[in-house]
Ligand binder design. Structure first.
Ligand code: NAP
Length: 285
């Protein structure tokens, strides 16, 4: 028995053995060896010329990926491309209204012809044309919200699928909202569209797992962007949320980027179908 105890103790000590190399030396050698984690990869990001999408584009490019930024307006695409290129990052841009089939076609053709496919797709484009009652929403409002927020990620991913499959291990990140769990007052159809994205994530994760494609979802709380400012101004949500806001601050777009970088990296290779809240508090579900 004593021998067994000794063996167990030796094993435990072995498992915890840390070489006596000064921390600074270990850190500096890590730094020297470190290759940028997303080097040689291609990331396609919708709605990425400002706000959360832009911050994600900047982070993935800083991590070494070539990023394809896009949004509806040419001048926004040009500005985003120039800004990222000034930083020495690898970037190209194209106009793509996520809800328009012909724009998605052009984006997919460009990605296939110029970049040989996509390793990462982040669907950040989202709209909210209505502040008012859910049952008062017109059919046009419903169509616009569902077209851009829910259908467009599914349709774009369907078109990109062959160009992802040939690249091997791929990662998709949808962008939902805390409104998908806790409805914002007066933004009913938007809330519903964001809840649908939580389900789309789960369903696509199952369907695409056999193809080596992981699907996860970023679920931001209130983030300081043009869009976020409207939410704060038009709803009483912030007052209600103050009670549960652990961190007592509104998020910045940069708060959302680390998790996306992680979900693209090999470190998350066994993570799929997760809706990950980045909101400064934990939801009781
Ligand atoms: P933002 O700062 O207003 O930026 C929106 C970006 O999307 C812009 O680049 C815009 O450029 C583009 N865009 C808008 N409509 C588009 C469309 N139909 N097709 C393609 N691009 C489009 O907004 P954000 O706050 O970063 O929001 C980004 C995403 O995060 C949205 O899906 C939103 O629902 C979600 N979200 C935001 C918050 C928040 O508090 N900010 C919280 C939770 C979730 P153009 O004008 O050139 O198209």
């Amino acid at each position: 028995m004593l021998i067994d105890m000794f063996k167990t103790l030796s094993f435990a000590r072995g498992a915890l053995f840390i070489p006596r190399v000064p921390l600074s030396v270990r850190m500096s050698s890590t730094r020297v060896e470190k290759k940028r984690i997303l080097a040689d990869k291609v990331a396609v990001i919708t709605g990425s010329t400002q706000g959360i999408g832009f911050a994600i584009a900047q982070r993935l490019a800083r991590d070494g990926a070539h990023v394809v930024v896009s949004s509806r307006k040419q001048h926004n695409v040009d500005r985003a491309v120039v800004t990222l290129k000034e930083e020495g990052l690898s970037v190209s841009g194209i106009v793509c209204h996520a809800g328009k089939a012909e724009d998605r076609d052009r984006l997919v053709t460009m990605v296939a012809e110029q970049h040989g496919g996509a390793d990462f797709v982040v669907c950040a484009a989202g709209v909210n044309p209505l502040v008012g009652s859910t049952l008062g929403a017109s059919e046009q409002v419903w169509d616009k919200i569902l077209d851009v927020n829910v259908k467009s990620p599914a349709l774009l991913l369907g078109q990109l699928l062959p160009h992802m499959e040939k690249r091997g291990e791929c990662s998709v990140i949808l962008v939902s909202s805390i409104a998908g769990y806790v409805p914002y007052p007066k933004l009913g159809p938007y809330n519903i569209s964001k809840t649908a994205l939580l389900g789309l994530t789960k369903t696509l994760a199952v369907e695409l797992a056999p193809k080596g494609i992981r699907v996860n979802c970023l679920v931001p709380g209130i983030i300081k962007t043009n869009f976020g400012n409207v939410v704060v101004r038009e709803t009483d949500f912030i007052h209600a949320m103050k009670k549960v806001y652990g961190m007592q601050r509104i998020g910045q777009p940069e708060d959302c980027v680390g998790i996306v970088s992680f979900l693209c990296s090999p470190d998350s290779s066994y993570i799929t179908g997760q809706n990950i809240v980045v909101a400064g508090f934990s939801l009781k579900m």
